[in-house]
Design a protein around this ligand. Structure first.
Ligand code: SAM
Length: 236
């Protein structure tokens, strides 16, 4: 069992609240059993040494090798309908994404009420936490506040900056991915796609268009396809 913990005292991790309830009451772990504690983006194999009424203490046995990707990726995604959106958050977390920037394009059908943003980010972060635990990641992807003004994407640029565009036939992904880079930001449009004028704005920000081939992929397929291709190309 994997837990993200934030309390440590002389190399022992303290599990409280949700973590404690899950370990003690749901999976009913016992003293002597082993768990993995994630702390400050590192993973440790630990042994439970004490179970109290409202917390448990796990002693650090050894640090585990990182499962994090060597390339930092920022996914700038047109927000799509909830069910598919939740699916993309889960899959990109499994595939090692570092951060997600929900973005509203002209053709976005999904609108996010300003007063609902905090609650949505909390729910989206929980999806990523569960996916990070399931995929044995020591890092939970960051979900940024939704972007409406595309100019603000400047702050999320990386060494390599791509916008996935089905009309960019002349720019196949392969030639782009096998260049050397340590960080990648990629943009995927919503169900309705990205307008030509928006592509031009993104080009002025330094996002180069790239194609995933001749077929039109659903938004959720495109972002998963790109990150899968990167996993394969960079063998992480
Ligand atoms: N223009 C599309 C259509 O005609 O149905 C709608 C957009 S598509 C459903 C959603 C997003 O996935 C696009 O904005 C683009 O970012 C990405 N995408 C889909 N197919 C792609 C391809 N072959 N190459 C690059 N990006 C693609």
């Amino acid at each position: 069992h994997y837990y993200f913990v934030n309390e440590i005292t002389n190399n022992n991790f303290i599990l409280k609240n949700e973590n404690f309830k899950h370990a003690a009451n749901v999976v009913k772990l016992k003293v002597g059993e082993e768990i993995v504690c994630n702390y400050h983006e590192q993973s440790f194999l630990c042994e439970i040494v004490l179970i109290a009424t409202d917390h448990l203490i796990a002693q650090q046995l050894k640090q585990l090798p990182s499962t994090e990707a060597p390339i930092k990726t920022i996914a700038i995604l047109g927000i799509i309908r909830e069910q598919k959106w939740d699916f993309v958050l889960q899959k990109l977390t499994e595939l090692g994404v570092h951060a997600i920037v929900p973005t509203i394009f002209k053709r976005s059908v999904v609108k996010v009420e300003p007063k609902a943003i905090e609650k949505k980010i909390l729910r989206w972060t929980k999806i990523c936490e569960d996916a990070a635990e399931q995929s044995h990641r020591s890092v939970v992807p960051i979900i940024h506040k939704p972007i409406i003004n595309l100019q603000e994407l400047e702050q999320y640029k990386s060494e390599l900056n791509l916008v996935l565009w089905e009309d960019a036939h002349q720019k196949p992904l392969k030639s782009t991915l096998n260049s050397q880079f340590r960080s990648l930001s990629f943009i995927v449009g919503p169900e309705g796609g990205i307008e030509q004028k928006e592509i031009e704005i993104l080009a002025t920000l330094g996002f180069e268009t790239v194609s995933l081939g001749q077929r039109i992929l659903r938004a959720e397929t495109a972002s998963i396809a790109l990150l899968s291709a990167l996993n394969y190309e960079k063998e992480w």
